[in-house]
Design a protein around this ligand. Sequence first.
Ligand code: NAD
Length: 459
Amino acid sequence: MGNQTVDIVKSSLQALVDDKSFLPELSGERRKKAFTSLLAILSTPNHVNKSFLRIALENGQVVRIPAYRVQHNNILGPYKGGIRFHESVNEDEVVNLAALMTLKNALHQVPFGGAKGGVVINPREFSEKDLYVICKKYVQYFSDSLGPDKDIPAPDVGTGEREMDWMMGEYKSIRPGESYRGSFTGKSVENGGSLGRREATGKGVYYTFRYLMHDFLNLQESWLAERDNPFAKTVLALKDKLLSVAVQGFGNVGSVVALAAFQCNHLNNKVVAVSDRNVTLYNSEGLNIPSLVKYSYANNGDLPKTDEMVKLAGIKAEILNREAVLTIDTDVVFLAALENQVHGENKKDIKARIIVEGANAPVSTEADEYLSAKGVVIIPDILANAGGVIVSYLEWLQGRETQFYQEEEVYQKLYEKMKETFDTVLPQFFADPYPLRRNCNIHAVMKLSMIMYRQGKLY
Ligand code: NAD
């Protein structure tokens, strides 16, 4: 398995073994053995399924396409995780992402395990018909492992509701008479998907930040002021300030984050920079986000990239290079594009005092350590971007009940679930001088360890 997750599990277990209030009934040699068993279990996936899909392409050629379904752990419930269509998919990456799903679900008390799927293709190089065949074949090859009570895939990079609709259709054909609505999430609303699923991750990412800087800060201001903690000092210094915000990435996650920041009544925000694969747009007075959302929607998801296009979008903005969004002088930067964006090379140029990880792993370990030591608050992916899997859980529930929630009800349930997690991790984060990521990882590993112990898996 990729070292990243093994390291997370190892260091979290190390903290827990030293915490005598955790599983106090385990002591001495027995405690040592139990924690060694936990490391063995959590640092390896239960199953790595690999197939070479045989696909007859529209052009008459037959090809073999490598595909994966990795099931990391199901102690908390059926396996759950997206299917990625990308040319760089490989076994290590899928295993690592499956393990991160186990941790994310554990942290947010979502009753699912962790899994991930991948198909090694660039979907842009295939016709719609070929993609349809690839989706059907994926379900055929892995059908024994999938199902509403076994393993429930969702979209990921390169897949969306169209692919989930096709896959659920194939699952239904393969297993006539069996329940199928909960077999895939992230489906279209017409086909049993949940209202609000598309916006869920971005809404959750922004809510994480808003909760910290408004709800929690207002309630705990005096308690925070008493703490000798660099992170408490950082957030207190930003209280009631007009917060300048930058957002990297303007897709599903980034555009929703930018709009939520623009519309937020709880905090005084000003979105001064947004970026995508081509450019950064900057306006120190604040950008007109609704106009940019409208423009990108009508232009293949892209932001305007020339002065003429900026004019056409009806906004005022300076065009800067793509990376500028990271180093502009703002209070907050949301990372909602790709992994490894803040790294050893640019860590010293980051000026933001709060970084929110909408994407998975956008800050390298080296940069994380450097910035955390300077008191920068990094809200980690595992905490901030769980909105997608939480609403997937709601979609799965709605499919089982064949009762569908209104959009507002979905958001309300999403925020309630995330709030429960914040109320668990934030007080401890500000009590101890450790980064929030470490705190979240320990909570996730603690939950998994406790259940494994209770279910007798450590004998
Ligand atoms: P998306 O494809 O809709 O959007 C990606 C955005 O990033 C686009 O605006 C693109 O132009 C921009 N981008 C691409 N390369 C860039 C670069 N080098 N610099 C700056 N911007 C660049 O994807 P998304 O669904 O918004 O996902 C964004 C990230 O969030 C991904 O890492 C994804 O794994 C993660 N994530 C998404 C979800 C979800 O539900 N969509 C859930 C959890 C995590």
